[in-house]
Design a protein around this ligand. Structure first.
Ligand code: ATP
Ligand code: MG
Length: 427
């Protein structure tokens, strides 16, 4: 016998019993996005490698060592997308969406990074991303933060998340700061962890969010990016703070908050939880005003964020709310001629009761066995069609979650009764 084949390391199946939670999260997010007028965009999972190298940055962790890159059969270098912003910008430029127009867009789907798998860190993971093009002001940055806060409230996890914000300034301001930072860090290079030493030459800003205690002690004395921001960047950041204050959004300014991707400028923010251990960033975003031009489009400001769905689903916890996949009712049929009648009855019920989730018993099984199946399906009610019911034009209806006797209804009354029960259950 040959060995069984398993999923690729770091890439997970999401099994039916978990999918209910995923669906609730996705539905809540889609509803909030619609309420703010954001429109969905779908881009391919595979892009030319060059797109990511040019947008995320050649010397970032993602491009240097995390991408799934391969040669197509005709020799072209392609990569599985490690994030969604680059593809979104590419599509916007390619289809002329970004010419002097504002766009509020969102997308959802799998992303791929060859990272060391651990809790909250996978090689295939899922994001909902939101991108806004053509609006430079801090007002839209504030809108994105308010929108994300509304998603947390819709899911009841607002108490578990805190907001950190920072400004990275413009590319020029950052370049000036970078020189000062590198000069300072070089004087303390013996106290830096190995990763940070390597980053000194490639991506020194990333050292600011090192988790190594000794490196952090060095960073605490480092020059601050804030001191290198020009008046416009400062005004932009103060504008965002004022809007958040006015809207009553609580936040902390974290001067060491940086992002691992090169394209960010000015506003950056993260929603962080302490409940998921080390991988606590559930949502991360920021402004990327230079990216569209960098990828060959007309200069167009952009700002966005991405939610890590695995982390959000995990934060939601088990059993939070009803399973949107559980059937409402299970149709039991026993005896001569009832099986075909049951299938037809089920079709008629689905026509008549919008939103009804009805499972029809198929295959073998006596009355008791079918009721056990009904119970295990998670259904609240069993609809029962036996030979005598069939002959008399009636059906049985049993509440599987209450200690009440089975009722007998005229067949024509069943749809109305199920509709009433669904409304009652929905509250
Ligand atoms: P982290 O610091 O956690 O590695 P990042 O800065 O690499 O995050 P982004 O590229 O900004 O993350 O992605 C946005 C969000 O996507 C993260 O905040 C996180 O919730 C999620 N995410 C990123 N990488 C992974 C991964 N490998 N597995 C699961 N979720 C991820
Ligand atoms: Mg990362």
């Amino acid at each position: 016998m040959s060995a069984t084949i398993q999923a690729v390391r770091g890439m997970h199946d999401i099994l039916p019993e978990e999918c209910g939670r995923w669906q609730r999260v996705e539905a809540a997010i889609a509803e909030v996005l619609a309420a703010y007028g954001y429109r969905e965009i779908r881009t391919p999972v595979v892009e030319r490698t060059e797109l990511f190298a040019r947008s995320i940055g050649e010397v970032t962790d993602i491009v240097e060592k995390e991408m799934y890159t391969f040669r197509d059969r005709n020799g072209e270098s392609l990569s599985l997308r490690p994030e969604g912003t680059a593809g979104c910008v590419r599509a916007g430029i390619e289809h002329g969406l970004l010419r002097n127009q504002a766009h509020r867009l969102w997308y959802r789907g799998p992303m791929f990074r060859h990272e060391r798998p651990q809790k909250g860190r996978y090689r295939q993971f899922h994001q909902v991303g939101v991108e806004v093009f053509g609006l430079p002001g801090p007002d839209v940055d504030a809108e994105l933060i308010l929108l994300s806060a509304r998603i947390w409230r819709a899911l009841g996890v607002e108490g578990a998340l805190r907001l950190e914000i920072n400004s990275l300034g413009t590319a020029e301001e950052r370049a000036a700061y970078r020189r000062g930072l590198v000069a300072y860090l070089e004087r303390h290079v013996d106290r830096l962890d190995a990763d940070s030493r390597r980053r000194l030459a490639t991506n020194p800003l990333r050292i600011l969010d090192s988790k190594d205690p000794e490196t952090r002690a060095v960073v605490a004395e480092a020059p601050r990016l804030w001191d290198h921001l020009g008046p416009e960047s400062r005004a932009h950041f103060e504008g965002l703070r004022a809007l958040l204050d006015e809207a009553g959004v609580r936040y902390e300014v974290n001067p060491y908050l940086v992002r691992g991707l090169d394209y960010y400028a000015r506003t950056v923010f993260e929603w962080i939880t302490d409940r998921l251990g080390a991988q606590g960033t559930v949502c991360a975003g920021g402004r990327y005003d230079g990216l569209v031009a960098q990828l060959g489009g007309q200069p167009t400001p952009g700002v966005g964020f991405a939610i890590g769905l695995e982390r959000l689903v995990e934060l939601l916890g088990e059993g939070a709310g009803p399973d949107p996949q559980a059937p409402h009712a299970y149709l039991v049929s026993v005896g001569e001629g009832t099986r075909a009648a049951a299938l037809l009855l089920a079709e008629a019920l689905r026509d008549a009761v919008p939103g009804l989730r009805l499972l029809v018993h198929c295959g073998e099984g006596g009355f008791k066995a079918q009721l056990r199946r009904a119970d295990r399906s998670g259904a609240r009610w069993a609809v029962i069609l036996g030979e005598s019911e069939l002959a008399e034009g009636r059906v049985g209806l049993k509440d599987l979650r209450a200690d009440a006797p089975q009722r007998s209804l005229a067949r024509e009354a069943l749809a109305g009764e199920l509709a009433r029960l669904l409304r009652e259950e929905a509250g």
